[in-house]
Design a protein around this ligand. Structure first.
Ligand SMILES: *[C@@H]1O[C@H](CO)[C@@H](O)[C@H](O)[C@H]1NC(C)=O
Ligand SMILES: *[C@@H]1O[C@H](CO)[C@@H](O)[C@H](O)[C@H]1NC(C)=O
Ligand SMILES: *[C@@H]1O[C@H](CO)[C@@H](O)[C@H](O)[C@H]1NC(C)=O
Ligand SMILES: *[C@@H]1O[C@H](CO)[C@@H](O)[C@H](O)[C@H]1NC(C)=O
Ligand SMILES: *[C@@H]1O[C@H](CO)[C@@H](O)[C@H](O)[C@H]1NC(C)=O
Ligand SMILES: CC(=O)N[C@H]1CO[C@H](CO)[C@@H](O)[C@@H]1O
Length: 369
């Protein structure tokens, strides 16, 4: 275990304010009611947006997007169709940083944004020395509460943090991919625990490990990209079990290139969606939400009518509907800037029932909930 103390200059909010935001949000959530999302896809026009993630905030009725290459946070307002971008102090427009997961926390109504090191992915996991950050943003106040340097905790021994989940006790759980790790950060951002770090001498650190993390109750789930498998942890444990428990899935799905993973709220933790970048979204179910075992219900294929080169980056519930987010990660960069030249972005509504064989069965299964 290792505590990390923030530089005073980086502490942009006070614990008291954080606590107040927490209570206010919990109260607001009870009464939240956003307008229904119109059917069909969402189109966002924004130069160099390259969104890596999306997460819906039903309290403020807005969508958070990770602006991958510019390393900032996008806030999209569906009602006005307006995109606002928020700079992350000290991190935006830093060529060595990429924003990965930007996730709204239903317990606190705050937003966690994980900023990962660009050299790590460019080097295929061989260069993990660079900075990684967890930023906590209060959307009600429009300001950052704290920023924690995760590399100060990992000391460059492991890296590539990309996704987060939260628990009702106020902790933030961050997954890392080179190799698979989980860090637990307390409510104030002052204490970071190496909750699950495998024996670094024995694992292959350049194998892409945990790419997605989510939780229901005290059950923490991670998807491992190299093993193509789902693992379960108990968040009440002082430390993650040295040998994570693999979730037995039937029938056994083929998970080729997993990325993000989400348990959409509308299914109460019973349905897990995993993006397989080149193929689409895998649908899994655990009827009792324990995730001791899971059923594989099928694959919702990626939209074949999109311009070539798209990969499925993320999947999320927005309002009451499920959407998938394609991205064109590998477009050549515009010289002197951080990203390619694309300005039109789509967020696709996945209409399970419109799709080809097998998927109708998924729809009727999901409709049972
Ligand atoms: C990204 O940064 C460039 C400047 O390098 C700017 O022109 C562009 O509008 C930014 N895009 C977004 C979505 O923030
Ligand atoms: C490794 O990453 C660091 C930044 O994290 C960068 O400064 C350095 O140039 C990288 N090394 C190589 C060989 O790319
Ligand atoms: C983050 O932590 C690493 C490791 O301790 C350190 O080398 C780096 O300078 C820190 N970054 C900043 C901006 O303080
Ligand atoms: C570690 O994993 C990488 C990526 O899968 C692979 O290329 C490399 O050969 C592995 N190294 C060892 C020692 O197994
Ligand atoms: C955008 O970049 C692509 C190369 O990635 C190029 O073919 C295309 O002409 C560019 N479009 C504009 C409007 O500059
Ligand atoms: C919730 C979500 O979509 N998280 C993903 C954000 O992007 C990173 C980097 O690709 C993924 O690892 C996360 O799973």
């Amino acid at each position: 275990m290792r505590a990390n103390t923030l530089q005073a200059g980086l502490l942009l909010g006070l614990l008291g304010q954080h606590q107040a935001a927490f209570c206010r949000a919990a109260e607001a959530h009870k009464h939240a009611r956003c307008p229904d999302m119109p059917p069909g896809r969402i189109t966002i026009n924004a130069y160099q947006l390259y969104p890596e993630n999306l997460s819906w905030d039903p309290v403020h009725c807005q969508l958070y997007l990770s602006v991958l290459y510019n390393s900032s946070i996008g806030i999209y307002h569906p009602e006005t169709k307006r995109l606002q971008t928020v700079s992350i102090p000290g991190q935006t427009l830093d060529v060595s940083l990429h924003v990965a997961g930007t996730i709204w926390d239903k317990h606190s109504s705050l937003v966690s944004s994980v900023v990962t090191n660009a050299f790590t992915i460019r080097s295929g996991g061989t260069n993990i020395s660079g900075d990684n950050w967890l930023n906590k943003y209060d959307p009600a106040e429009g300001k950052f509460l704290w920023q924690v340097n995760l590399t100060a905790v990992s000391r460059g021994r492991y890296g590539f943090f990309t996704d987060v989940t939260h628990d009702r006790r106020g902790s933030t759980w961050v997954s890392g991919a080179f190799p698979g790790t989980v860090l637990k950060v307390d409510k104030s951002g002052k204490r970071v625990e190496e909750w699950y770090v495998p024996d670094l001498e024995r694992v292959n650190r350049t194998q892409h490990g945990f790419t997605g993390i989510d939780s229901v109750g005290d059950t923490l789930l991670v998807v491992d990209a190299t093993k193509g498998a789902l693992f379960r942890f108990d968040m009440r444990d002082k430390k993650g079990k040295a040998t994570p428990v693999q979730v037995a899935i039937t029938p056994v799905p083929t998970i080729v290139r997993s990325d993000a993973m989400r348990l959409p709220d509308k299914y109460g933790g019973r349905v897990l969606l995993i993006t397989d970048q080149s193929r689409g979204v895998l649908v899994l179910r655990s009827r009792d939400t324990s995730w001791r075992t899971a059923e594989y219900l099928g694959l919702v294929p990626a939209d074949g009518t999109l311009p070539p080169g798209s990969l499925t980056a993320a999947v999320s519930q927005i309002g009451d509907r499920i959407y998938a987010l394609p991205n064109w990660f590998f477009e050549p960069k515009v010289p002197g800037t951080f990203a390619g030249n694309r300005s039109t972005w789509l967020i696709l509504q996945r209409r399970w029932s419109l799709c080809c064989g097998g998927v109708e069965a998924i729809e009727s299964n999901l409709a049972l909930f």
